[in-house]
Design a protein around this ligand. Structure first.
Ligand code: GRF
Length: 195
């Protein structure tokens, strides 16, 4: 926890692998006086992730983690989380699965954004499967991370209607918009629940 302008701010690490639209929405949120967070570290397993530029632009400490050796990668992550006094973690399109080592160290302190209405459609290719199954609704979920894939406690969800004309691309675009919208709200709700 850090005091900024007389207010206490929890230190957050955001993990990304690509585009970084959720990172962007969290950065924007963190700039609000009353957000209660400071993004102190961005971690990426992909050297070429677009999100890295957002970290640079906003002068946020950035770390590339080479995942060739998972054990070493996670050790390096843990060292850096501790070194930067990280209070909690937001996974934002991070495509690696964290092992127990990190999850236990940050028990109930890791949030993830998933593009479906969990517990439905865990895992990858959610939009493709949702369309194939002719679902009427889909959405996104912000949840806590536990050792089972996409199975931790749900913090916030938002549902949208699937239109007849929707395809995988249009749906992923519309769902991404609501991901960006609710991630900061879920962070706020999470903070209120732990303080
Ligand atoms: C999002 O669709 C998220 O649900 C999924 O990966 C995507 C990340 O997008 N896990 P971005 O990098 O935040 O733009």
């Amino acid at each position: 926890m850090e005091k900024l302008n007389g207010k206490k701010k929890l230190k957050v690490a955001v993990f990304i692998s690509g585009r970084g639209s959720n990172l962007k929405s969290l950065i924007n949120f963190s700039k609000n006086k009353n957000s209660g967070i400071k993004i102190a570290l961005v971690i990426s397993d992909n050297k070429y992730a677009k999100g890295i530029y957002l970290a640079k632009k906003n002068k946020i400490k950035f770390l590339f983690i080479n995942y060739k050796f998972k054990n070493a990668a996670e050790n390096k992550i843990l060292i850096n989380l501790k070194k930067n006094y990280i209070d909690f973690i937001c996974l934002a399109g991070f495509m690696k699965i964290l092992t127990k080592k990190i999850i236990i160290n940050y028990k109930n302190k890791i949030l993830n954004v998933h593009p479906s209405l969990l517990p439905k459609y865990k895992g990858l290719n959610t939009h493709r499967r949702v369309i194939k199954n002719k679902e009427k609704f889909t959405g996104c979920t912000i949840h806590l991370v536990n050792t089972k894939l996409d199975s931790g406690k749900i913090i916030l969800q938002k549902k949208i209607k699937i239109f007849k004309k929707d395809n995988e691309k249009s749906l992923s675009k519309r769902v991404l918009k609501i991901e960006n919208l609710i991630y900061p709200k879920a962070v706020k709700k999470f903070i209120n629940s732990i303080l």
